[in-house]
Design a protein. Structure first.
Length: 273
């Protein structure tokens, strides 16, 4: 049963008597719902409600394990150290690696965002396949409309609703207060999310973006969104719903770099165009 290394992911362990109580006041995930052998999806937000870090989080016997983007792992540790103050909490960057498999694994943890993403593995990577760009996993991220920071959005620049965390189990609206909770609760109850992550299909292969907002989507000469992850002629786009709706109503051609586009909402969506 093949396990493939995810080179760009890192692991941070937080342990100690005060860990769960502190994290429950900080992150969007309801830790009460995570049992041993399971993972939750969530984020740490700014006080203004924007995503600082997103992650998978797993319960340990004495704390929690965070699986997150390696580019921001040091910033994550610094932020958690700041929040820790004098609490009895240890924060450690682990040498263990992150892998994935689309086949059941004895020590695997099911990815909570979609069954299609398979299992996550944490360990020394003995016998694992090298990274190789994991195009198979990227194609599933696109097919399942799973947002990826650094491609679909930048850390610190997107609200959770923008990239559908509310539909993917990344936000809990019943557990009580956490950083940024007031803003996201207001967006939830008032239905004020203007941006959303949508499926997009091109008439030909779509251009890959090196960073979010690098490739603009236009209609009638005006920007209506940006292209994110792509796999062949399919991709994900972060768009203004009102501008897309207006363009469709007016019969305008919506395109990216001259390629005509069609849009659809993800199967999990609780919103429409």
């Amino acid at each position: 049963m093949s396990i493939t290394l995810l080179e760009d992911r890192k692991l941070v362990r937080m342990t100690g008597a005060d860990t769960e109580a502190l994290l429950q006041r900080l992150i969007t995930t309801n830790l009460d719902k995570i049992t041993a052998g399971e993972a939750g999806y969530g984020a740490l937000l700014t006080p203004q409600g924007k995503i600082l870090f997103d992650f998978l989080v797993t319960r340990l016997p004495d704390g929690f394990l965070f699986d997150l983007d390696g580019r921001v792992v040091e910033d994550f540790i610094k932020k958690m150290t700041l929040y820790r103050l004098r609490s009895a909490i240890a924060i450690d960057l682990l040498e263990d690696r992150v892998g994935y498999s689309f086949e059941p694994q004895p020590d695997g943890i099911r990815d909570p965002r979609s069954e299609a993403l398979g299992w996550r593995l944490y360990g020394p990577a003995d016998g694992w396949q090298p990274d190789g760009g994991h195009e198979d996993l990227k194609a599933r991220f696109v097919a399942e409309a799973i947002p990826q920071a650094g491609v679909d959005f930048e850390f610190g620049d997107a609200f959770p609703h923008d990239v559908n965390l509310d539909c993917l189990g990344g936000l809990d609206f019943a557990k009580g207060c956490y950083v940024g909770q007031e803003v996201v609760s207001r967006m939830q109850h008032r239905g004020t999310a203007r941006k959303r992550l949508l499926h997009v299909e091109g008439a030909e292969a779509l251009p890959a973006a090196a960073s979010p907002a690098e490739v603009s989507i236009t209609a009638g000469g005006k920007t209506v969104g940006t292209l994110g992850q792509v796999s062949g002629n399919k991709g994900l786009a972060l768009v203004r719903l009102d501008r897309i709706a207006d363009a469709l109503e007016e019969g305008q051609v919506i395109e990216v770099m001259g390629i005509g586009l069609k849009f659809s909402v993800p199967s999990y969506a609780n919103f429409s165009i």
